[in-house]
Design a binder for this molecule. Structure first.
Ligand SMILES: Cc1ncc(COP(=O)(O)O)c(C=O)c1O
Length: 391
């Protein structure tokens, strides 16, 4: 169990290091960047996306360059419905709303069910921009304990959920950010059962699911009782291309409310991006890309885990995700994270400070490492530099 956070009660919280700070690091070419949660552009399926663009241009013609309905491109919604059906989710294409990345899908989901003064539960450590979004909605965050490999610890979370009755619980069910933890199918079922009983909406963030080694697991949305209890959000930013900015939400009974909010926010998302992705999926390019990406991520994770075992202090705990490119590590002693991060950046390497994912100051040195942003040959060098900068 991760004991880094002061688990116990809801708090108003806005992380000091947020999305803006992380995204600004992305553009610094002189760093071995293991901080920002984005892939190396050289690993993106550029050729296949260009081919998808030509295919879409022929198939959709002028409509690709025009306004569309707020819910988004019907071709892509159809492809998504087919993909979800393979994972046990039976929904119509019409019940999906396309968004500008998972960021917007998350925002719409939280706004649909929670507001000022409400409580929103999430994993701790959890995705920093989720903490920011809960804060922006005027809600308090209820941090829930997790295991760095298995995810939410339901037995410990249950009394907190019973006591504080959050409006919703946001969970990244596969390869959670920052730990890489994946909930088992049994845990998914149990979690849903409890939330149904307590009347808590589950917001399932599925953004990393396609990167699971053996293929995307059945989402919580696929389980019985999920109807009108689960809002499913995700994007193609981690699995295909972040630059396209295509995500989606399955809002269930909040469909009309979410469609209205989406329309009032930005009318609709980029038709060009959505049409390209529709073709990318239709041509089978997405599955071919995923096969390669999963293998590559596994190789990179192995390099980073080996490097941490070799160069980091004895007793450092390191997560062992079933896929994806994020690794979480906890040093066995306290360090000033900010000072360590500054020394590391001066030495030429960046990492994500663990505190950004927690609602209280971390009592020991914890960090998240991205294995696919830096070049393969720089990973070990980066880890050695970080280790040299610890004290
Ligand atoms: C768990 C999680 N949810 C949502 C997002 C936002 O993703 P997008 O780029 O699709 O907006 C991220 C990005 O890092 C993430 O890690």
């Amino acid at each position: 169990m991760s004991t880094l956070d002061k688990i116990g009660k809801p708090v108003r919280y806005n992380p000091p290091v947020g999305l803006l700070e992380f995204m600004r690091q992305v553009g610094n070419p002189s760093l071995i960047n293991m901080g920002a949660g984005v892939p190396d552009p050289a690993l993106l399926p550029q050729k296949a996306l260009m081919a998808a663009f030509s295919h879409a241009n022929k198939k959709y013609g002028g409509s690709m360059w025009a306004y569309q309905t707020p819910e988004g491109h019907m071709g892509l919604r159809g492809q998504i419905a087919k993909r979800l059906a393979k994972r046990g989710v039976r929904i119509e294409a019409g019940s999906i709303i396309l968004t500008s990345g998972c960021t917007q899908a998350l925002k719409l989901a939280i706004s649909a069910v929670a507001g000022k003064g409400d409580v929103v539960a999430c994993e701790s450590p959890g995705y920093y921009n989720l903490l920011e979004q809960i804060h922006e909605a005027g809600a308090k965050v209820l941090p829930l304990p997790i295991d760095m490999n298995k995810g939410l610890l339901l037995a410990e979370a249950e009394p907190l959920l019973r006591k504080y009755r959050p409006k919703c619980l946001v969970v990244c069910s596969s390869l959670s950010n920052p730990t890489g933890a994946t909930l088992s199918q049994i845990a998914r079922k149990e979690l849903l059962k409890l939330c149904v009983k307590l009347g808590i909406v589950v917001i399932e963030d599925d953004i990393y699911a396609e990167l699971v080694n053996d293929g995307a697991p059945k989402p919580i949305l696929s389980h019985a009782n999920a109807n009108d209890q689960v809002i499913h959000v995700t994007s193609f930013c981690k699995s295909a291309s972040p630059g396209l900015r295509v995500g989606y939400i399955v809002p269930g009974k909040w469909f009309e409310k979410v469609a209205r909010m989406k329309c009032n926010t930005d009318l609709h998302s980029s038709v060009v991006s959505e049409a390209i992705l529709a073709s990318f999926l239709e041509l089978g390019s997405f599955d071919r890309h995923l096969q390669k990406l999963r293998v590559l991520c596994q190789q990179r994770r192995e390099i980073v885990r080996d490097g941490l075992a070799r160069y980091f202090p004895k007793g450092t705990k390191v997560s062992n995700p079933q896929g994806g490119f994020l690794i979480w590590a906890e040093l066995p002693f306290a360090v000033d994270l900010k000072a360590w991060a500054q020394r590391s950046i001066a030495a030429g390497v960046s990492f994500a400070q663990g505190e950004a994912f927690l609602t209280v100051q971390a009592s020991n040195g914890c960090l998240r490492l991205n294995c696919v942003r830096a070049k393969k040959q720089d990973l070990i060098k980066g880890i050695r530099l970080m280790a040299d900068c610890i004290r």
